[in-house]
Design a protein around this ligand. Structure first.
Ligand SMILES: *Cc1c(COP(=O)(O)O)cnc(C)c1O
Length: 359
């Protein structure tokens, strides 16, 4: 038996995935032409399922990439002439900022310490074309409250807002009319094998990319927004895509729709409360994120001090694989993904086992 995988990414596969993979091979999906009618039907099933699941408005488009790392680059290339501003409080948000610098833009950053969130009254420089927000900083388990994002939207109405929701979706109920682009990759909350990114953009983003293109700026050669748009109008992609991944994503989304997104959200809240309550009261383990409003519901980080290896061993003996601490926190922290595939029973086993650990 494989252990229950609590690593944030790649994480535990969605529990229905094996059946879908088997069917995919029976149906010949892995070698299906991406210019066939059958592919177009898969494209439509996956994108319309995602629209339903997330409540995505009609003026949003959905495009497929190779990863979220690719989308960082595409966001900067397609939506920023010179200045993006990045909220940086950990490794992933820092990479987004560095991507802009590497692409020869002039990005600003507003920093917070690892393990803490950003104040609601951040100052965004006036020249900012795009505000880059990592909704859930996966390295430290800090989440930006959606209400903060909506406040910034009101205060800076002419700035595009980009939300990296890689390790939080499908959990957060985002008001997509108050942001402009949101993206994720599938090996975290959706429980799929890695190798597929999903980029959702509104009309304002498309218009911005057209403006940059008219100015003679390069938007990239194949995954530019205009190229994505002309292909998605035919339910197609510019390149030979990860057809199997797009198919599997559609099937898992179908299962999530049957289960009900509000049920998924309720269960996520329940499991997060269990683990945070345990951490708040434990003699040895402590929650890394102290401020309750900054605590991620989907990636929960525990300070374990010198007990890291012992705790990991005890969990493994019970069939559970915790996620390592990220970067410099590897020796003192463990991370626990709380994704839709992690059942209440698995979380109860996790919490009971941690509860019993006291030496
Ligand atoms: C994992 C992660 C990424 C990168 O995703 P890839 O699919 O590996 O490119 C980006 N942002 C956040 C917040 C992540 O957790």
């Amino acid at each position: 038996m494989l252990p229950i995988n609590f690593t944030p990414g790649p994480s535990q596969l969605y529990f229905t995935l094996t059946d879908h993979v088997r069917n995919a091979f029976k149906e010949g999906i892995p070698s299906l032409s991406h210019r066939s009618k059958q592919f177009e039907a898969i494209f439509k099933e996956t994108t319309s399922g995602l629209r339903n699941l997330l409540g995505l408005p009609a003026d949003y488009h959905i495009f497929f990439t190779g990863s979220a790392t690719e989308i960082w680059e595409r966001v900067i290339q397609n939506l920023v002439e010179q200045h993006s501003t990045h909220l940086v409080n950990g490794s992933f948000s820092a990479r987004f900022f560095e991507t802009a610098a590497q692409l020869n833009k002039k990005p600003f950053k507003s920093e917070a310490n690892e393990g803490t969130g950003f104040p609601e009254n951040i100052i965004v420089p006036q020249e900012t074309e795009l505000l880059a927000i990592t909704h859930n900083e996966t390295s430290t388990g800090v989440s930006v409250p959606l209400e903060h994002i909506y406040t910034w939207r009101k205060k800076y109405p002419d700035t595009l807002i980009a939300v990296d929701a890689v390790s939080s979706l499908p959990y957060p109920e985002i008001d997509y009319s108050k942001v402009d682009t949101v993206f994720f990759s599938v090996q975290k909350g959706f429980g799929l094998p890695a190798g597929l990114g999903v980029w959702m953009v509104n009309e304002k983003c498309l218009a911005k990319s057209e403006r940059l293109s008219k100015k003679g700026m390069s938007l990239g050669t194949y995954h530019s927004l205009p190229s994505f748009l002309s292909h998605s109008a035919k339910s197609q992609t510019p390149e030979t895509p990860n057809v199997l991944g797009i198919y599997l994503l559609g099937k898992v989304i179908g299962n999530m729709l049957e289960r009900g997104i509000q049920n998924i959200r309720r269960e996520t809240n329940y499991k997060a409360t269990l683990l945070y309550q345990l951490l708040d009261s434990h003699p040895i383990l402590k929650p890394f994120v102290k401020d309750h409003s900054a605590r991620s519901k989907t990636v929960i980080v525990a300070d374990c001090g010198t007990h890291v290896e012992n705790i990991a061993r005890v969990l493994k003996e019970k069939g559970m694989q915790p996620g390592d601490g990220y970067g410099s926190f590897k020796k003192t922290q463990l991370r626990f993904a709380n994704f839709p595939t992690h059942s209440k029973e698995q979380y109860e086993l996790l919490v009971d086992t941690l509860q019993a650990y006291n030496s």
